[in-house]
Ligand binder design. Structure first.
Ligand SMILES: [Fe+2]
Length: 480
């Protein structure tokens, strides 16, 4: 009986297992078919924010205040001035007269003042004439050193400081900030303040394009380029911002006779493009600490045989991951974007360059343009050859993570309409203003965090560890 009972229990157990397996398979089939029908990707944040229109700060706002004193230098900003971080380009504007284009500088450890001589120029845009724009490159700096510098020498002088990066090397920790599409609204000011107060204390901003949004004003009123320069000076005078050109830098207005694209941007913002053998300031590269940063131009030709294509083809093999493990690309128009804004605008450049990004194992690609936040899985979409039908992004451990960080807070407002369902490749998306921090620890690990403006300064709304594609290419995606 006992045996029979046992057998009976066993038999009945087997039949339960069969029916259980059947139900599991059934549930799995339902799940799979749902997945196929809905194909939901990662997380769409349900964060609720106040729906209010972004408004530009008025001209008499304190952040636009002209510095005191006759012909005082204003709109002071710095960027890296060579390929490895031993030079800095210092730029500023004087309004009343040219004044001096010299920069006086000295290291924290020395009272010996050195002088570098720059140049100045002006430009006209329709009925606007710029102030005297000065650019001066300081070379031969020591690595990892605090320097003070003074502009407006011999007139109303203003003093600032910066810290040079450590010597380039594979395990050099370094912290970058990421800001895009900033503009000059009240929200822009919140974003910049949150960036400044972020306890991660980033040392350089990787800026993904669309600066002043002056082109939203009648005749692209270039006074709004001046106000933007004064607004961001509190950061740009003290740490380098690495510039990427966006569509709001094009300023192509043939109806008022302005036919030279990027005129205000190229006059005001110089970049060290020649140091990376580039022939135009819209695409170039720099090394900084353990990172190799490539800046690409969404609004310059990138088809086969074009200067940018040829440059990138020659540039990627030059990246030595033993020297700079982290390969980061900046561009304005994102390739992987699941918002209804600028949908597929980055597609033509993706078709041209994505196979190289996979081949050379780019770690991270940052873009702006879409006024929201999105982070992708590690995906590629490079198999399609026009007849094979293989045109779906697939998980790919050699592919970069694509991050859209165009949520600086400009006057055009948030991109809050998303494509539905969320595609598989999209890991996290949210329509909130904010900025991000990339905190590189060594050749294998980098901590990444995105910070929305509504949170406290230390809060991380989206955060994860990225593992280097060359040195530690294990799966670091969250939704796969
Ligand atoms: Fe844009």
């Amino acid at each position: 009986m006992g045996k029979m009972g046992s057998s009976s229990i066993h038999a009945s157990g087997s039949s339960s297992m069969v029916s259980l397996s059947g139900s599991i398979i059934g549930v799995l089939l339902v799940l799979i078919s749902n997945q196929m029908a809905v194909c939901n990707g990662g997380k769409t944040s349900t964060f609720v924010r106040k729906a209010e229109k972004a408004t530009d700060m008025p001209l008499d706002s304190d952040v636009f205040r002209v510095p005191c004193g006759y012909n005082a230098p204003q709109q002071v900003h710095i960027t890296q001035g060579d390929h490895t971080g031993k030079a800095v380009i210092v730029s500023w504007v004087t309004m009343d007269e040219p004044g001096s284009s010299k920069v006086l500088y000295w290291s924290k450890n020395s009272h010996h003042k050195m002088k570098a001589k720059g140049k100045h120029h002006t430009y006209k845009f329709y009925n606007y004439t710029s102030g005297y724009i000065h650019h001066c490159t300081i070379r031969g700096l020591e690595h990892d050193t605090k320097y003070y510098y003074m502009v407006g020498v011999g007139q109303t002088a203003r003093k600032f400081w910066f810290v040079t990066p450590p010597e380039v090397g594979p395990d050099v920790p370094y912290t970058f900030g990421l800001i895009g599409d900033l503009g000059q609204s009240f929200d822009s000011n919140r974003t910049l303040t949150h960036y400044e107060r972020n306890p991660h204390k980033a040392k350089t901003v990787l800026y993904v394009g669309d600066l002043s949004y002056a082109d939203n004003y009648p005749n692209h009123d270039n006074v709004r380029w001046d106000t933007w320069g004064r607004f961001v000076e509190r950061s740009t005078a003290y740490q380098p911002w690495i510039w990427t050109a966006g569509n709001h830098e094009i300023d192509f207005v043939p109806e008022i006779g302005e036919t030279k694209p990027f005129k205000p941007f190229t006059n005001r913002y110089h970049v060290p493009y020649r140091a990376s053998d580039s022939t135009a300031p819209f695409w170039y590269s720099i090394k900084r600490a353990s990172a190799y940063i490539i800046v690409l131009a969404s609004y310059s030709a990138y088809g086969k045989y074009t200067p940018q294509y040829v440059w990138l083809e020659q540039e990627l093999p030059k990246v030595n991951r033993t020297e700079t493990p982290w390969l980061i690309v900046l561009m304005h128009s994102p390739w992987y974007n699941s918002y209804n804004y600028h949908f597929m605008e980055g597609e033509t450049m993706r078709v041209m360059f994505e196979p190289w990004f996979v081949q050379y194992k780019v770690d991270l690609v940052f873009a702006g343009h879409v006024h929201a936040y999105e982070r992708s899985e590690r995906v590629s979409n490079v198999a399609y050859n026009i007849v094979n039908g293989q045109c779906t992004p697939i998980n790919d451990p050699s592919a970069p993570v694509y991050i859209t960080i165009g949520d600086g807070g400009n006057v055009e407002g948030l991109a809050n309409s998303m494509t539905e369902p969320q595609p598989q490749y999209s890991a996290y998306r949210e329509a909130s203003f904010g900025h991000a921090i990339l905190d590189i620890k060594n050749r294998t690990h980098a901590h990444y965090s995105w910070h929305r403006n509504q949170d406290g300064y230390a809060a991380e709304a989206d955060a994860l560890w990225f593992y280097n594609r060359y040195w530690h290419p294990v799966d670091d995606s969250t939704g796969a």
